[in-house]
Design a protein around this ligand. Structure first.
Ligand code: PAF
Length: 280
């Protein structure tokens, strides 16, 4: 695995790469890697001749400084994992490298995506995500970009940014990976205590119940039941919503003809967790 810390050197390398490495796949990450990231890397390796991964904890996408300060960092372990997974190139830029001053002040017309769910709860978050991924795509210019469905809304935001900016990159979505308990894999799980981690699995249990019962009961009553259960178990719930799978339009109730998703964000032990499940 070759490691690049500067944009210039990475650009130079990618420009001169051998013809045998014609199809470039890219997995952007913020490190603290887990099996969810590895599933993206594996998919990327199967579908491309060159796999590029980036690790950059992007300050622009944190709407709370404490979340940024507490974001787990396990860089040595991450690098071992990426070497073991057969990654060709790791891009490891500093903040200065990613954001020389003029790079910061750009906004994107993300439309309603910026105003619902994560957009409503975390002002500025998706602008930060769009900015860093736009810059990374300009540098790496991959054919394929790999994103996990745990951050379902993020996929829609990045697809919109790609369209707005005319990047020639195809987004490949990979299914969410869960721990044995059902808890969605996330770097933030590292911040939970043993008890917190066990409790966090209750989020998925509630999503499954909603999925099982959605043809029988109105979504509003299933949501209320889930919120009550989560609160009883010590969670603070930001939202549980039903939305269309294709363009993430919020729905009041489930319509069998429209592929949908239930999305949730909830706090436990001061850690904010998100999850979602396809319906049906
Ligand atoms: O999903 C993430 O880890 C981040 O939002 C991403 C896409 C790497 C951008 O910083």
């Amino acid at each position: 695995m070759i490691i690049f810390k500067t944009t210039e050197n990475l650009r130079e390398y990618l420009k001169d790469k051998p013809a045998s490495q014609g199809v470039v796949g890219f997995v952007p990450t913020m490190g603290a890697l887990h099996r969810g990231h590895l599933s993206l890397v594996n998919l990327c390796r199967q579908q491309n001749t060159l796999t590029v991964v980036s690790i950059f904890v992007n300050p622009l996408q944190f709407n709370q400084k404490s979340d940024f300060d507490n974001y787990p960092s396990t860089i040595e372990k991450d690098m071992e994992m990426l070497i073991g997974a057969g990654v060709d190139v790791l891009f490891l830029p500093s903040e200065k490298e990613m954001y020389p001053d003029e790079n910061k002040k750009v906004t994107y017309d993300l439309g309603y995506l910026d105003q619902i769910l994560e957009g409503a709860q975390r002002p500025g978050h998706f602008q930060g995500v769009a900015r860093v991924v736009d810059l990374l795509l300009q540098i790496v210019q991959p054919d394929n970009l790999y994103l996990g469905q745990k951050d379902f809304q993020q996929i829609k935001v990045i697809q919109r940014m790609i369209k707005l900016k005319g990047h020639h990159t195809k987004v490949v979505e990979a299914p969410l990976v869960r721990e044995e308990s059902g808890l969605a894999m996330s770097s933030r799980n590292e911040r939970l205590s043993g008890t917190g981690r066990k409790k966090a699995a209750i989020i998925y249990k509630n999503l499954k119940t909603i999925k099982e019962e959605i043809n029988e009961f109105p979504f509003s009553s299933l949501r209320k039941k889930a919120i009550d259960d989560l609160r009883k178990n010590g969670f603070k719930v930001d939202y549980i919503e039903l939305a269309t799978q294709k363009d993430l339009k919020l729905l009041n109730d489930f319509d069998n003809k429209i592929p949908s998703r239930v999305l949730v964000a909830a706090w436990i032990e001061s850690v904010r967790l998100i999850d979602n499940i396809p319906i049906p």
